[in-house]
Write a protein that binds this ligand. Structure first.
Ligand code: CAA
Length: 458
């Protein structure tokens, strides 16, 4: 099979407007710091009625194709991961064919995959599997993931967001998926789900969702370590795998403090499996907790606080940079993990990243989770695939700064408007297309038969 299948290029899209989380704290009359410190969120992007999941994906695919300057017939597989379902039958992928079919390229495998925030990762795995199979025809694959994360006007609303990521997948990639190293945990849980077809909002058991996420993380980490240690044994080496072996670690990020706690979890896993005479200074602060079980962290806030404190340095080194987009744009469900990847690239130089291993944890409620890893290529020289990929993300801060800050009142009005137009027919969405970023696709009209028409802002 082809060598080093992975991410060759990526593109991130987020809406051109946001609400400030400090403003939202005041508006919702909660304690100052609850969203900004407690959840670690500073801003939240949101879409007007003019944008839906199809338009988000159209925009991000168009931008990726324009950036890479690839011909439309160079893509042989297109996968979409999303949980923003506007049609129970027609896939977002079929709408994206509008971009490809004019070039005559209709020979493109792949379709939508759905399970909460996990669909993007399932799509990535599908794309890589295709490329490593007898069905690969030598062309690129593209993985598109995106969501509009919206909640009712209660304590869940500040954990919303919106965005999409498109990734070009091919061999000899600067971010290569590590072969044989995927650890998965799946189980039946009702932590976050969308049974209500009349509403865009999920049903959420927030506290349960956090426990499910951590349990899935712990299980995946144990399984990943087991698999990599087996690989090492086969190669004649015997050293145990620890967090030190991930130079960087990214997570699905529903809110940023959750991610910081997740890294602390991995540290606890290492601590509990290390022998009791481990001298590592990293673990000194944890000695008081020796004898506890892994599950204790789910309920013991003192342990959680001690772990977060003890892991602060490694958080700064391995993970903090990956939260740049998430803290400013919020949760984007299927694309959250890949937005974190883009952030990590945007905050480091190619030299910093060269040769490293990036661990990635993907979680989708319901639940489906995987821990896998990327190997970053060694060549960081100017013009190398790695350097090009890294520099393509350098405009993230500038693009985020150029968004329009909306008041909580305006945000709430737009959320109400989304509720009003949800599943309506025969309308043209209200709003000024000039409030979108140039080049953005938008919903122009929904006709009597629910057929959606899109146009592109010049
Ligand atoms: N200053 C500083 N911190 C404050 C504060 C203040 N004034 N007031 C509260 N806090 C802290 C709290 O102590 C808490 O931190 P700790 O957990 O570290 O103690 C944090 O702010 C949040 O406060 P609460 O726990 O009281 O918040 P809440 O119960 O009102 O809601 C939530 C939080 C459960 C995450 C809710 O927003 C929610 O359900 N969101 C949607 C579900 C979700 O995101 N789940 C995450 C895992 S599931 C997943 O990952 C899939 C997915 O994408 C949805």
């Amino acid at each position: 099979w082809p060598k080093d299948v992975g991410i060759l290029a990526l593109e991130v899209y987020f809406p051109a407007q946001y609400v400030d989380q400090t403003d939202l704290e005041k508006y919702n009359n909660v304690g100052a710091g609850k969203y900004t410190v407690g959840l670690g969120q500073t801003e939240m992007g949101f879409c007007s009625v003019q944008e839906d999941i199809n338009s988000l994906c159209l925009t991000v695919v168009q931008r990726l194709m324009e950036r890479t300057k690839l011909p439309w017939d160079s893509v042989g597989r297109l996968e979409v991961g999303t949980e923003t379902i506007i049609d129970k039958s027609k896939a977002v992928k079929t709408v994206l064919m509008e971009l490809f079919q004019d070039s005559g390229n209709t020979d493109i495998e792949g379709i939508d995959t759905t399970n909460a925030c996990y669909g993007g990762t399932a799509s990535l795995f599908n794309a890589a599997n295709w490329m490593e199979s007898s069905y690969w025809d030598g062309r690129y694959a593209m993985v598109v993931c995106g969501d509009i994360a919206v909640y009712p006007n209660d304590n869940t609303r500040p954990t919303g967001g919106a965005g999409a990521v498109a990734m070009l997948i091919g061999p000899n990639a600067p971010l290569a998926l590590e072969q044989g190293l995927r650890a998965t945990h799946m189980e039946n849980a009702y932590d976050f789900y969308k049974p209500n077809l009349a509403s865009e909002y999920p049903v959420v058991d927030g506290k349960l969702s956090i426990q499910c996420y951590f349990r899935a993380l712990d299980r995946c980490y144990a399984s990943y370590r087991h698999k990599i240690q087996n690989q090492r044994k086969q190669a004649g080496a015997n050293q145990p795998f620890t967090l030190d072996d991930f130079q960087f670690m990214i997570f699905h990020t529903p809110f940023c403090t959750m991610t910081q706690k997740s890294l602390a979890h991995l540290m606890l896993n290492d601590f509990l499996s290390a022998s009791s005479n481990t001298q590592s200074s990293l673990y000194k602060e944890l000695e008081a907790f020796r004898g506890l079980k892994l599950e204790d962290i789910y309920t013991n806030k003192n342990l959680e606080k001690a772990l977060v404190k003890a892991s602060l340095d490694i958080f700064k080194k391995k993970t903090k940079a990956s939260l740049y987009l998430a803290t400013r744009n919020g949760n984007t469900y299927t694309s959250s993990l890949y937005g974190c990847l883009a952030s990590l690239l945007s905050q480091h130089s190619a030299q910093d990243l060269a040769g490293s291993r990036i661990g990635a944890f993907s979680y989708g409620s319901g639940l489906a989770a995987s821990l896998f890893s990327f190997r970053v290529s060694q060549d960081a020289s100017p013009g190398s695939p790695l350097e090009k990929l890294v520099s393509s993300t350098s405009d993230l801060p500038k693009r985020l700064d150029s968004r329009k800050r909306m008041s909580p009142e305006e945000f709430t009005e737009i959320m109400n408007e989304r509720e009003h137009f949800y599943r309506k027919v025969n309308f043209s969405p209200p709003g000024d297309i000039n409030s979108l970023f140039p080049g953005t696709w938008y919903l122009e009209q929904v006709d009597q038969l629910h057929r959606r028409k899109y146009a592109r802002r010049p």
